[in-house]
Design a protein around this ligand. Structure first.
Ligand code: C2E
Ligand code: CA
Ligand code: CA
Length: 520
């Protein structure tokens, strides 16, 4: 039993830890996925904001370029000032180039020129209505990448406007509230990109940061890339807190609930509540008259699943769990319940031997509990004998006063299992006791051949000297009974006379003629 219960505590511990861990994981995971969900929404907003800004910018630029298209028909000196002022007032424009017959002939930055546009900007496709390149630099700013855009004239395919723009990818593009954990953006055409990561051209896939969104910019051969952290250490920290709290709480709650269900001792208290304990009575016979003079009350536990559990198992368990007081109080209630019926089976003056654990004896409520039992018994019918073992030492000072008080109230005291412990002799020396119950170990070794049992002889002599009555336990044969009677033992108890019986068995029991059986 104790092993099983240790096992129960271990089980409680393991289940609680597992529940805690599992709940922690679920709570943490939930918090994390909620944070993730928010983050995805945030990234969507951030990306669409940036994309809208970029689209807005290029659409403005398109409008400006459209206004410049007619200038491509005029000589440079006539239009250069307008060109320059347009460039000055267009945000981020580095230069406008006017193109006639595929030749760049006028620049807002440098004035008149005459160079085929494709020589100036290799890679640009002038046959298209609109083309875009990313340039590592422009003649005026050779180290700063720029985006070049070719707008073909709507009237003449070989005319048009070319614009180079600084693409300002500075965070001003981005709404401040959305900038958390944002790492950067890139704009790419083909394999080339300019980004917030480097002053040089890059390839969008080469960025060490993680790209979380990318999409084509409306009506331009341009792709916008957004780089950000999908999750951050903060998200983990934020998830850890509820995980820890929920895990701890669930673990503790689980431990508490299981402990209440499975904790050691719970079973005994539960069994008391569910009326699983019952008593049996073993008659004690007067050795002289061979008539029943009383009975020892023995507790039994009928467990709903484990069946009968021996008192040799549950009494030590109850003692270890400090449950002897409630258990004995329950025993008293069970005896009180039987008392009226017992009256008809036990003679007037019948002795009720009740086993008392030392722990209860020293409990403050003991005399009170005993008086309550006594009050529930039929008046003047029974006399209570408290059977005390020598297994646990009595506290000397307290016991002497207690025994005196018990004697004054008419209760008698028996020393049980005499001879099996090592303190009984001291008890005999110190306390006034009424009965000495000789343990069945001494009875079973009575040698019928030699009819000698020197230790038992000495014990009986001792009892006589101390003015104590003797009870022999575990009398299993007629020979033993004869031997004990011959030695002057006062009372006999054992299977030969009768096994412990329930109240109804006792009520139906007809004592056989022991005196006849012992003759011969
Ligand atoms: P115990 O006080 O020595 O009780 C006598 C035990 O001997 C009983 O065992 C009884 O059934 C058994 N017995 C009686 N006659 C014979 C016999 O001829 N031969 C053999 N071999 N055994 C016999 P049980 O009922 O199993 O009780 C065992 C022990 O559990 C008791 O020993 C007692 O120490 C304890 N116990 C039982 N009921 C209570 C109780 O209500 N309170 C306390 N504190 N202890 C109890
Ligand atoms: Ca006993
Ligand atoms: Ca005994």
């Amino acid at each position: 039993m104790p092993i099983r219960l240790t096992h129960a505590s271990r089980k409680i511990l393991i289940i609680s830890i597992l529940t805690g861990i599992l709940t922690g994981i679920v709570a943490g995971g939930l918090q994390f996925s909620i944070a993730q969900h928010h983050r995805e929404i945030q990234l969507d907003r951030l990306f669409s904001d940036i994309k809208a800004n970029v689209e807005h910018y290029f659409s403005d630029l398109h409008t400006t370029s459209d206004l410049l298209q007619p200038l491509a028909l005029s000589p440079c000196e006539k239009v250069s000032s307008e060109l320059t002022s347009r460039a000055a007032f267009s945000v981020n424009v580095r230069a406008f180039l006017l193109v006639r017959n595929h030749n760049a002939f006028c620049s807002s930055a440098t004035g008149a020129m005459d160079v085929p546009l494709t020589d100036l900007i290799p890679g640009i496709d002038v046959s298209k209505k609109l083309d875009m390149v990313i340039l590592p630099g422009t003649p005026m700013m050779p180290d700063t990448p720029a985006i070049g855009i070719w707008y073909q004239s709507p009237l003449r395919d070989e005319h048009g406007v070319f614009v180079s723009v600084n693409v300002n990818l500075a965070p001003s593009l981005i709404n401040a509230s959305l900038r958390d954990n944002y790492q950067g953006v890139a704009l790419a055409t083909g394999d080339n990109a300019i980004s917030t990561f480097s002053a040089r051209l890059i390839s969008p896939g080469d960025v060490s940061a993680q790209s979380v969104r990318h999409a084509a910019i409306d009506s331009l051969p341009l792709t916008l890339w957004l780089y950000a952290e999908r999750w951050t250490p903060q998200d983990i920290q934020l998830a850890l807190l509820p995980a820890l709290m929920a895990g701890l709480l669930a673990g503790l709650l689980c431990a508490l609930l299981l402990h209440r269900r499975l904790r050691p001792g719970r079973e005994i208290l539960q069994a008391i509540k569910n009326d699983q304990f019952y008593v049996v009575y073993q008659p004690v016979v007067d050795a002289g008259t061979l008539r029943v003079s009383g009975a020892e009350v023995l507790l039994r536990w009928k467990h709903p699943t484990k069946g009968e559990i021996s008192p040799n198992t549950f009494i030590p368990l109850a003692e270890a769990q400090k449950l002897m007081v409630p258990l004995t109080q329950h025993l008293f209630r069970l005896i009180a319940r039987d008392a009226a019926a017992l009256q008809s089976v036990l003679p007037v003056g019948g002795k009720l031997g009740i086993n008392i654990a030392t722990g209860h004896l020293h409990a403050a409520s003991f005399i009170e509990d005993l008086d309550r039992l006594n009050a529930a018994l039929p008046v003047q019918h029974f006399s209570i004998v408290l059977e005390i073992t020598e297994r646990h030492m009595l506290k000397h000072g307290e016991a002497a006063a207690l025994f005196k008080a018990l004697h004054q109230k008419g209760y008698e005291i028996a020393i049980d299992d005499f001879g099996t412990g090592h303190s009984a002799l001291i008890y005999l020396e110190r306390f006034t006791l009424d009965y000495l119950k000789i343990d069945r170990a001494f009875v079973s070794v009575i040698d019928m051949e030699t009819a000698a049992s020197p230790v038992l002889d000495t014990v009986l002599l001792l009892a006589k000297r101390l003015n104590m009555q003797t009870v022999a336990e575990g009398v299993e044969t007629a020979d033993q009974a004869r031997w004990l009677r011959a030695r002057g033992v006062n009372f006999l108890q054992g299977y030969w006379f009768c096994r412990p019986m329930t109240l109804s068995q006792l009520q139906n029991w007809q004592p056989p003629p022991f005196s006849v059986q012992l003759q011969g």
